[in-house]
Design a protein around this ligand. Structure first.
Ligand SMILES: C=C(O[C@@H]1C=C(C(=O)O)C=C[C@H]1O)C(=O)O
Length: 94
């Protein structure tokens, strides 16, 4: 297998990840519709529970737990920023 083959395999995996991110974004938006203010949008208890859960899943799947945790922290924080922006745009209070 060549480097080009490996990169083509990575590209195919990335296509799946981005498609899943689009699905996840829809669900994050659905969750945001239940929320009235910034604190609810940030939901730190849910974020902490989710981070603990994905660390466990990483171990089960044989993924590096630090890579998975860093990836999820960046992703969830980006979704929180998206939600906060949409809340503001709807005129919801901070
Ligand atoms: C989507 C939610 O809101 C925020 C975004 C989360 C996410 O991207 O999974 C998790 C918790 C919250 O910080 C939620 O409360 O479920």
């Amino acid at each position: 297998m060549s480097l080009d083959d490996v990169r083509a395999a990575i590209d195919r995996i990335d296509d799946q990840i981005v498609a899943l991110l689009a699905q996840r974004q829809e669900q994050v938006r659905a969750a945001a519709a239940f929320k009235a203010d910034d604190a609810a949008v940030r939901a730190p208890d849910r974020r902490a529970a989710l981070m603990a859960r994905v660390r466990e899943r990483a171990e089960v799947e044989g993924a590096d737990t630090d890579v998975v945790a860093a990836t999820y922290a960046a992703m969830v924080d980006a979704f929180i920023a998206l939600e906060l922006g949409e809340h503001r745009a709807r005129g919801n209070p901070a």
